[in-house]
Ligand binder design. Structure first.
Ligand SMILES: Nc1ncnc2c1ncn2[C@@H]1O[C@H](COP(=O)(O)OP(=O)(O)OP(=O)(O)O)[C@@H](O)[C@H]1O
Ligand SMILES: [Mg+2]
Length: 243
């Protein structure tokens, strides 16, 4: 996919979370966003997903500049699959209904097609035995698989992940990361905010290093991790790769 940021800024109160981000990315299939806490990664991802409106600048996805008029933004938002750290499942609904109801009520799928979609995804993600349980009765890894199933079910233009494994133990982390790597293998477009540098390097073609509200460095992932240029990135990698 193709992305262009043109003077993007986002302000919370007096503070700019993002400042004048301008960048034309080379076409990619998988983009990793890395950087220190508070740097602006989530804000950038939420702008990409249409969950946040920039206070300055604009954003082009493929050939289209995102339109922030209410109706257009809603359609934009619905066309993207989002997976967050905290799963964001509806706690009072079963795993199955968490995926099924949005398809029926928000995305207008016919009932039979929605059910087929859910069955196929639950089978694929080994969720069938857990389909009738509520989120509280599922492990973190299972909940995140439900969240990923929900994101894929809508046939999104692309998927965004915000630290999808930071609430998981190592084994479940590996399970969810395998799943994301698999989605990449089947050709889906992905944008992933992650603190897992090995994963970022392995699954992304392009990488953005975001800090202090700016894209400090970007490039092909293999290159960026091997030869970081900016001292902020050099220090960041030295720190996070130490253990
Ligand atoms: N809704 C909000 N209201 C006020 N300030 C916010 C809000 N969201 C983000 N910020 C501020 O904007 C800055 C960027 O936050 P953001 O969540 O994008 O960082 P991040 O890179 O995702 O950090 P982390 O790695 O900790 O998730 C931070 O200073 C944060 O406190
Ligand atoms: Mg964040």
């Amino acid at each position: 996919m193709r992305l262009e940021f043109s003077g993007i800024g986002k302000q919370f109160g007096a503070r700019w979370a993002l400042r004048d981000v301008s960048l034309v990315l080379p076409p990619f299939q998988s983009l990793a966003i890395i950087g220190p806490s508070g740097g602006g990664k989530t804000t950038l991802l939420r702008i990409l997903a249409g969950l946040e409106t920039p206070d300055a600048g604009r954003l082009r996805i493929e050939d289209q500049w995102v339109d922030y008029a209410e109706e257009a933004l809603l359609l934009h938002r619905r066309s993207i699959g989002t997976v967050f750290q905290a799963y964001n499942l509806f706690l009072h609904l079963s795993a199955r209904d968490n995926v099924l109801l949005p398809l029926l009520r928000v995305h207008g799928f016919p009932v039979a097609q929605a059910q087929e979609t859910v069955d196929a995804l639950f089978k694929r993600f080994q969720l069938l035995p857990h389909a009738d349980r509520r989120p509280a009765e599922l492990s973190g890894g299972q909940q995140q698989r439900v969240a990923i199933a929900r994101a894929i079910a809508i046939r999104p233009r692309f998927l965004v992940f915000d630290e999808p494994t930071s609430a998981l133990d190592p084994e479940m982390t590996a399970e969810v990361l395998d799943l994301i790597a698999e989605l990449r293998m089947e050709g889906r477009d992905l944008i992933i905010v992650t603190h897992n540098m090995v994963f970022a390097r392995e699954v992304s073609d392009q990488c953005l290093f975001v800090a202090e509200g700016k894209v400090i460095e970007h490039g092909q992932s293999s290159e960026l991790f091997r030869h970081p240029q900016n001292p902020l990135l050099v220090n960041f990698l030295a720190k996070v790769l130490r253990y």
